[in-house]
Unconditional design. Structure first.
Length: 92
């Protein structure tokens, strides 16, 4: 069996000690490094917030589906009202 790679990626790993040493050796890069860290922190926070919203939405949708499956919607108007209240409450 022969395996051929379609793409290749090289990864450079820099330890914290080496990174800090480089910042001491090249002090003019400190401001750039600080801005880069702020940008990456903001991106990570946005991604986390997006994941949290996605998980919350999935949970709400799951609750709605479960409620509607077990509600017997056609059986009476009070059940329909309760289901409607659940759906409306989930999206507020």
């Amino acid at each position: 069996v022969t395996v051929l790679a379609e793409t290749m990626c090289q990864v450079l790993i820099v330890t914290r000690a080496n990174y800090q040493h480089a910042l001491q050796k090249y002090p003019e890069m400190r401001e750039i490094a600080r801005r880069l860290q702020e940008d990456e922190t903001l991106k990570a926070r946005r991604q986390k917030d997006g994941f949290v919203r996605m998980v919350q939405r999935r949970r709400k949708l799951k609750l709605i589906v479960e409620a509607l499956q077990g509600s017997g919607i056609a059986s009476g108007t009070e059940v329909i009202g309760a289901s409607r209240a659940l759906v409306e409450g989930a999206f507020q």
